[in-house]
Design a protein around this ligand. Sequence first.
Ligand code: GLU
Length: 497
Amino acid sequence: MTIRVRFAPSPTGYLHIGSARTALFNYLFARHTGGSFLIRVEDTDLERSTEESTRSILEGLKWLGFEPDEEIVFQSDSADKHREAALRLLAEGKAYRDFTPKEDRTGKDIKQEIADKAREKGAEKDMRDNPYRDLPKEESDNRAEAGEPFAVRLKVAKDGKTSFEDAVYGLQERDYSEIEDLVLLRSDGHPLYNLAVVCDDIAMGITDVIRGQDHLTNTHKQILIYESLGEEKPNFAHLPLILAPGGKKLSKRHHGEIVALTTYRDRGFLAAAFRNYLALLGWSPKTEDELLGLDELIKVFSLEGINRSNAAFNFDANNPKRWTDDKALWMNAEYIRTLPVDELIPLVREELRGEQLWREEYDGEEREWFESTIELIRERFYTLKDFSEQGRAFFSEDFDFDKKAIEKNLGKHPDLREWLPALADKLEAIEDFTHDGIFPAVKEFCAEKGTKVGVVLNGARVLLTGQAVGPSMVAAIEQLGKEKTVMRLRSQVAWNE
Ligand code: GLU
């Protein structure tokens, strides 16, 4: 049987990174097994679903490279089919009409909520005490015909239990007494979530459902629907939660934009790096190397490698340097450092374009210079943003001087105010403006002044790049070229800051 999986986002907000991970695992599983990866937009919650959210979720999936193998399915398109399924169960006596007048017409089933809360508190209560459950068929038909509104509920047997073998958590069982007679159709005829999911998974021929662990309770309810419909249930794999520091579930409500996939794109992550990072959130490749490109991930991915324990996502909201998990940043830096430069350049081009730092020459006569500059400066960078921020001085005369760099590298050595313009004179006279010409000249200069090479080069770094740290300074001087180097070393701007 060919594997068919789906990623089924609800378009009620941006793409959460936990959902992005669910999409990734579905995608990897499909590719690993030679199956199909599908997308279904679960837009049945009409009050909360928005087109804007659908667009942003699909954009996020595209950024990560997860294109579906078939046309995207929209759940709301099949509402009639969901309704038909509920009515069939009603006709077969597997569901019943609930005429309870207080049934909330807007969608929330108040009784249900109360029962859920009671159960959470450990109260033992048989959920099957609905007075309409055993209403004689004739009376039920007559009341419906007379126009009395009703919801349709699944009739869950009194004794027995649901059970399934979860690919991650093992055998899962739930006693029927813990599952209420769930609503299939609201009194306004609107099909409810669990029914819609089951009908669609059947219609789409889904063989394996891979989704967040927060859906475990739904899975038991859905199994009951499969059984009532006389359909075989798919395989299930539930994914561990992702926890924020402090042990809270990583959520939009508590953790804001840190949870949105677009944050990573907008803050200069490479899709490949973020995908790699997400893969390791709750899954282990059992290899030494954690840097795995998409092809490798596909090759080694298995559901068995998913951990049962929750994954930790660390960050410090009060520290801008630790705005997201260190490991994610480290991984992004590794990708920036090691990606073939011609794969990195289009990404840097986009970044520079966005900051008005791009010049067409970088793709033409200055291509070689541009490539070697990228090679040089990427060594210490963590995100694509660094190319336009820390690396700005390589692409523009309009760059800022880091205050701390001025303090540390210039402030402590007042002699540099005279020395650096003098160094400019010395460098201006060099014919061979390469490392082999520059370095001996700097050394000679320092010997003449009786100071350390480090002091002069660190001072020069501030005037040349605005930064306290960066690539090898002699290489940077060579890269900037004679004209810019000399001009910046003579400039008094940083001294007057
Ligand atoms: N729409 C659900 C969600 O966004 C997923 C349902 C499923 O995967 O079955 O959490």
